[in-house]
Design a protein around this ligand. Structure first.
Ligand code: HEM
Length: 188
């Protein structure tokens, strides 16, 4: 896992819960927290930090990953505005992850293990995203999609009909775009 992911996790934890909670996660896992964005670190370290956060914050690990993904998306939008600028909607943005974003990430971060998704149209208008990765970070993908919807001012419902964590050979996320989210200027 590239250091940028650890840097994002640190930022998200510190922004919401403060430095002391991040330091507590490092103490608990015995990790130093010294990650350079281009470096590569064992996947087990992200798992350990997520498990420690799950314990410290009293939430299941998949909820922590989903929360992390959602909160990380505005940070990525700030760091990589070019990936977001040409889109106006979640669906087109998510579809561009395979063709543009993750290929670019692989060039920028040598050795990055970005997943490749399999897209299909669902019968009910949903976008079906097939995900298969040894890292089994479907909850992170779920959170990234919610964070992207926040970015584009949309509301999405993401279902998870197939999941590797429930013994399925791959995960499938069904992304339903519900409506534009209300902005502060909208009438109640
Ligand atoms: C909705 C959009 C996105 C989804 C669903 C998504 C999903 C994922 C997932 C699930 C992983 C974990 C690796 C794995 O499963 O094997 C990952 C890794 C990664 N993604 Fe994305 N991603 C999205 C957008 C982005 C964007 C906008 C960026 C940055 C500009 C980005 C950069 C990365 C990086 C740097 C990694 C880490 C690779 C590594 O550590 O080896 N992703 N992505």
């Amino acid at each position: 896992m590239k250091g940028i992911v650890f840097n994002l996790l640190e930022q998200v934890v510190v922004n919401t819960h403060g430095e002391a909670v991040w330091d507590g996660l490092l103490d608990k896992t015995g990790l130093t927290g010294a990650y350079t964005s281009l470096g590569s670190y064992p996947d087990a370290q992200i798992q350990a930090l997520v498990e420690a956060a799950s314990e410290a914050l009293g939430k299941p690990a998949d909820e922590i990953l989903r929360w992390f993904g959602r909160q990380a998306m505005p940070l990525l939008a700030h760091q990589y505005p070019v990936f977001f600028a040409s889109h106006h909607a979640t669906r087109a943005f998510v579809l561009s992850v395979n063709s543009i974003i993750h290929p670019e990430v692989r060039k920028l971060y040598t050795g990055a293990g970005c997943p490749h998704f399999h897209f299909e149209d669902g019968a009910d208008g949903a976008l079906l995203l097939g995900y298969n990765s040894p890292r089994r970070l479907c909850a992170l993908a779920h959170g990234f999609i919610e964070g992207a919807a926040d970015h584009f001012g949309e509301r999405v419902r993401v279902e998870h009909p197939l999941c590797m964590h429930r013994g399925d050979p791959k995960c499938q996320l069904a992304i339903h775009t519900l409506a534009a989210a209300k902005t502060m200027g909208d009438a109640a």
